[in-house]
Write a protein that binds this ligand. Structure first.
Ligand code: ZN
Length: 74
């Protein structure tokens, strides 16, 4: 089972688009909206041991609605 099967990502809190879990250069995870580009926080990890935990945390942060709005004027 991969990280992606195990983690649920809610839709974007801004536009309702699909949230996509992304891995950044092997050191962190974040969730980004495929439609509007809203972005959750980067969650860093140090190795394989905490890699999955970091991915879950990144998803959790996003699922709480803690994403940066790409259009702050809105
Ligand atoms: Zn969006």
């Amino acid at each position: 089972m991969s990280v992606y099967d195990e983690i649920m990502i809610l839709d974007c809190p801004y536009c309702g688009g699909p949230g996509v879990l992304e891995e950044e250069h092997g050191w962190s995870w974040y969730v980004v909206c495929a439609d509007c580009g809203a972005q959750g926080g980067f969650i860093e990890y140090k190795g394989e041991e905490d890699r999955l935990e970091a991915a879950k945390k990144a998803a959790f942060v996003w699922n709480q609605g803690k994403a940066r709005n790409p259009k702050p004027s809105d």
